[in-house]
Design a protein around this ligand. Structure first.
Ligand SMILES: Cc1cc2nc3c(=O)[nH]c(=O)nc-3n(C[C@H](O)[C@H](O)[C@H](O)COP(=O)(O)OP(=O)(O)OC[C@H]3O[C@@H](n4cnc5c(N)ncnc54)[C@H](O)[C@@H]3O)c2cc1C
Length: 440
């Protein structure tokens, strides 16, 4: 069978580099695909589906490799690596883009910026659209546009039977429904997304304040309280991390705003924190480009590090969340490990798609380290702190999933049932892997 790309077979030269290279997280799991195919184009994708069937292997797909859990690194598998498929086209008049799955969101954004256009791409450079859009996609201005998968209008894919289709709400409502929210449990190879674009928000700015640990309760209570007053184009986020060995709370509120006056007014909210007088640092307003915001986020997610993550959605009262948050802050692993709190707010009724779990507040833990001797302790920190707060959770985001270690609710019960049904129709032989864990 001819491939234009490269093939690596387990045990042969180049295989281990291809396996490790398939994951951005340097904590590579001990799971070993039998064959890895680097696709050079769509014809290779089709050939890979056929080869997996011929060899009796399951199939997994990698786009950008930013799955924290390394979902596509599975045993007894042909791993189809699409990271080389990074092309995209933008139709300015129609406000549409078509993108290959390996294209990082920030690369698309640079071109959109030149045209005054916008798409809610992920917060970190390098996150590819392939996996990002499948799991929901929590991007810049996500509270305005909803999860990014809501802005997908059609998808080119290859089914488990090797059929090449363009699916949309009209042509194949079931597959289109499943692709928007099933994340690493999807059961076809996506080779291209067709996206709806938006006008670029005219003003981008940010503000920041940092607080000592003893202000933690005051700052989080205030953040929860002002939630309903925060404009949807402002992303109020709190972080706890170690600053020179001491835990601190960072408050930040990037805005992608309609005007400078509104941006300034919104960021003025940061100064309403009752602990404002005790801030260690306060920069209430600075203009930015999306590139600058990316650079700020990237500092907390350096390359070539080991990561363990976990997360929860919740609408629990802040008073009930605070003991858990304090415990997290007091046990933080080395910098830049952190906890993120995001005011997602009340969500509008969404269109019908597999994506179905979200809530007022998002809490996520990211352990970040380099020394392999710290692996177990840091994995435990992320997982056990979310276990401790699980009773207050309504579910998790697939973006930061840890399902292999801690199964949790990632879509509603009704949608999981429908996903199982659609899967059994489209992939009756189970060519594609499921999630690494599902709710009990
Ligand atoms: C540093 C960092 C920052 C992040 N920031 C954000 C953020 O701001 N917002 C957010 O929502 N998420 C964020 N994430 C999570 C990220 O969006 C998900 O991990 C997403 O899956 C990454 O997309 P990818 O293509 O790089 O992933 P991959 O690891 O390549 O894919 C993840 C899984 O999706 C499936 N898949 C991928 N491509 C295909 C395809 N073409 N066809 C079929 N199935 C496929 C596979 O099961 C695969 O294991 C971040 C992750 C990291 C590491």
């Amino acid at each position: 069978m001819g491939f234009d790309g490269e093939i690596f077979t387990r045990g042969e030269s180049g295989y281990e580099d291809a396996r490790r290279g398939a994951l951005w997280n340097a904590l590579t799991p001990d799971r070993f695909p039998e064959v890895i195919v680097w696709a050079a184009g769509e014809a290779d994708c089709l050939a890979a589906v056929r080869l997996a069937r011929e060899k009796g292997l399951k199939l997994s797909v990698r786009s950008g490799g930013h799955s924290w859990a390394g979902n596509h690194l599975r045993d007894d598998t042909l791993l189809l690596d699409l990271s080389g498929l990074r092309g995209f086209e933008i139709d300015r008049e129609a406000m549409r883009a078509s993108v290959q799955p390996g294209c990082p969101g920030n690369v698309l954004d640079l071109e959109l910026e030149k045209l005054g256009l916008f798409f809610p791409v992920g917060h970190c450079p390098g996150v590819a659209l392939g996996g990002y859009l499948l799991q929901g996609g929590f991007g810049w201005n996500g509270r305005v546009h909803g999860p990014a998968c809501q802005s997908v209008v059609a998808i080119d894919l290859i089914t488990p039977e090797g059929e090449q289709l363009t699916v949309s709400e009209e042509s194949d409502p079931d597959l289109f429904w499943a692709a928007r929210g099933s994340g690493p449990g999807f059961f076809s190879v996506i080779t291209r997304y067709h996206l709806r674009l938006y006008s670029r928000p005219p003003v981008i700015a940010n503000g920041i304040a940092t607080y000592p640990l003893d202000a933690l309760e005051e700052v989080f209570s205030w953040a929860k309280e002002i939630g309903p007053r925060v404009p949807r184009w402002m992303e109020l986020m709190l972080f706890t991390h170690l600053d020179q060995g001491e835990p601190e709370v960072v408050v930040t509120g990037p805005v992608l705003a309609p005007s400078e006056a509104e941006a300034r007014e919104a960021l003025g909210l940061l100064e309403s924190c009752p602990a404002a007088g005790r801030a260690k640092l306060s920069m209430p307003y600075f203009p930015a480009r999306l590139e600058d915001l990316y650079a700020g986020v990237h500092a907390s997610y350096p390359d070539d590090h080991r990561y363990a993550v976990d997360n929860m959605w919740t609408h629990a009262p802040v008073s009930e969340l605070l003991p858990g948050i304090r415990q997290i802050a007091e046990t933080l692993p080395e910098a830049p490990s952190h906890m993120l709190w995001m005011n997602w707010g009340e969500s509008p009724v969404r269109e019908d798609m597999a994506y179905s779990v979200e809530d007022e507040t998002y809490i996520a833990l990211y352990a970040v380290w380099q020394d392999p001797a710290r692996d177990q302790a840091n994995i435990d920190w992320a997982t056990s702190n979310m276990v401790a707060m699980a009773e207050m959770a309504s579910g998790i985001q697939l973006a930061d999933e840890n399902l292999g270690r801690r199964p949790a609710r990632f879509v509603s019960e009704e949608k999981l049932e429908r996903l199982d049904l659609v899967r059994s129709r489209h992939d009756p032989d189970g060519l594609f892997h499921e999630w690494m864990g599902r709710p009990a």
